[in-house]
Design a binder for this molecule. Structure first.
Ligand code: HEC
Length: 498
């Protein structure tokens, strides 16, 4: 082709191709070595879906929520797009962490890749920044209150706390200035930073070559990587790992493409079947709302809950600072030339301890918030205090002797088949109707087998609480569809046709 010749004469495409595509890679690269490129793939997915959503999104408290609703309901494939972006965000965090764990366990952060490691640490925090700023943008209850909590935590830092809150919120209160600020960070600053860091990170990988299997660099190695003899040892050994003529194309790229395809498919399925969810619009006056942060911030929140109040600042400042400190200093501190995790008992113990500890904290957080998390699964919204009181009453009145209700186990003493399941009752009835029905079922169905819970069994306040709780039970319709109320009027029905 004359065009490619023309270009080739000017920028030497052939050489570029040899350097990028045909380059040799060490033999024996595993599936774990695809995590970096998988992260890059998901980032590109985020860019594409993000750019399209930004065309519809309005970063002001008056319009943000409606613009998200518009994307969900009116834009062609809008909910799919938003779902992919939502799950893509989680995937980014998981993949970055998994990639870091791989690099850590194979000792790939050691000589000569210390700079790649540092850039990677930077990338981790940029990705977390994306998720923190992105969480606020839908301006629903969860977004508003989780950001309220997040910025409060920053504010509990000694000395600089007040300044940090002001900087993050763009004022004393969380409001319009916060939203535009987060939007600008999310779509301008962070993408620029990420692209810059990622380009440097990837150029280093190409320049230095991929890290080989750890054992290939252990035999006969000087004990420490800062030994003057180590550089020569390394380069000689590293050249040998490439002797098998494994090439980036097609040997490595094939694995990368398989992983990328699987991940994109998984994002698509999550977006299609689970979606991103949208709670009611942010209501700054509803202080009873219990926000849940993104799941990967939960271990940190759980840790905060476990320490007594006066030590809170120790955790809010200490833990992130410690994490940054350890991650940044790691390649300079750990200079022993052993790379395999089997030969680094301390590193193995630290990694296992960290994973186990975070897992335990995550489990604890999910357990503590089980009620909210569960309900978030059935109705999409955590309960208000009134509704929680109603749920407690439903439990103590033993409605589950006859009914299937929410998360309550059917009572084995009764016969749950005798009565309709109440799991979607809020989809069909208003709280007002439910109140009058519970008070006097025979008012609606003269032959109703449902016992009356009117006075003196339950007070009107209690019946109201039960009714409010029942009206949150919407099954899998959750918040996505408007309820289809089929309330009958509270006048006696002549005869039930049974
Ligand atoms: C002894 C069994 C029994 C117990 C206990 C019971 N119910 Fe019922 N419930 C029924 C039966 C049977 C029906 C269907 C009767 C009808 O159609 O009028 C019913 C119907 C209902 C309905 C209407 C459902 C619909 O889809 O229209 C609601 C709401 C309800 N019950 C709430 C409650 C609540 C709340 C409690 C506890 C405070 C409770 N029930 C306890 C037997 C029971």
């Amino acid at each position: 082709m004359s065009i490619s010749r023309w270009i080739d004469e000017r920028i030497d495409l052939q050489q570029l191709r040899a350097d990028l595509i045909d380059r040799r890679v060490p033999w024996g690269l595993t599936w774990w070595h695809t995590l970096g490129s998988a992260t890059l793939t998901v980032f590109m997915v985020q860019v594409v879906t993000g750019v399209v959503m930004a065309m519809y999104y309005a970063p002001s408290p008056d319009h943000a929520y409606d613009s998200i609703r518009y994307i969900e309901h009116s834009v062609q494939s809008g909910s799919l797009l938003r779902g992919i972006h939502h799950w893509g965000a989680s995937a980014m965090v998981v993949l970055v962490l998994a990639h870091m764990i791989r690099v850590f366990s194979l000792g790939s952060f050691k000589y000569p890749r210390e700079m790649s490691w540092l850039l990677g640490v930077g990338l981790l925090f940029i990705v977390l920044g994306f998720s923190f700023t992105g969480y606020l943008l839908p301006w629903d209850q969860k977004a508003y209150w989780a950001t309220q909590v997040g910025t409060n935590i920053a504010g509990s830092a000694p000395l600089i706390g007040g300044l940090m809150v002001k900087l993050l919120r763009g004022g004393a209160q969380l409001g319009a200035a916060t939203l535009t600020r987060f939007f600008s960070l999310h779509v301008l600053l962070l993408p620029l930073l990420l692209i810059g860091f990622a380009l440097l990170h990837i150029s280093l990988v190409i320049r230095q070559g991929m890290a080989p299997r750890p054992l290939a660099l252990e035999e006969g190695a000087p004990a420490r990587t800062n030994d003057p003899a180590y550089a020569d040892y390394y380069h000689e050994r590293y050249a040998k790992t490439k002797a098998a003529d494994t090439r980036f194309w097609p040997d490595m790229i094939a694995k990368d493409v398989v992983v990328a395809t699987v991940i994109i498919l998984a994002l698509f399925l999550m977006a299609y079947f689970v979606g991103a969810g949208l709670e009611p619009p942010a209501d700054p006056s509803d202080t009873s709302y219990v926000p849940l942060p993104e799941w990967y911030f939960l271990p940190f929140f759980q840790l905060l809950k476990l320490v007594p109040g006066k030590f809170e600042a120790v955790v809010t400042v200490g833990v992130p600072a410690l994490i940054v400190f350890v991650l940044v200093l790691l390649p300079f501190f750990d200079r022993r030339s052993k790379r395999s995790l089997f030969h680094r008992p301390l590193a193995a113990a630290v990694l296992a301890g960290t994973l186990f500890g975070s897992g335990l904290l995550l489990y604890g957080a999910l357990r503590a918030d089980r009620e909210n998390v569960r309900l978030a699964a059935t109705t999409g919204v955590p309960l208000t205090s009134l509704e929680r009181a109603g749920r407690a009453l439903v439990k103590s009145q033993n409605c589950s002797a006859c009914h299937l209700i929410g998360d309550q186990k059917p009572d084995s003493s009764g016969d749950v088949n005798k009565a309709p399941s109440l799991n979607e009752v809020g989809f069909r009835h208003t709280a007002g109707w439910l109140h009058s029905f519970i008070e006097s079922p025979t008012r609606f169905h003269p032959d109703s087998k449902m016992p009356s819970y009117g006075l003196p069994k339950l007070s009107h306040m209690e019946m109201e609480e039960v009714a409010r709780y029942l009206s949150t039970l919407r099954g899998k319709h959750a918040m996505s569809e408007a309820p289809q109320i089929v309330d009958t009027f509270p006048e006696p029905v002549k005869k039930m046709e049974h």
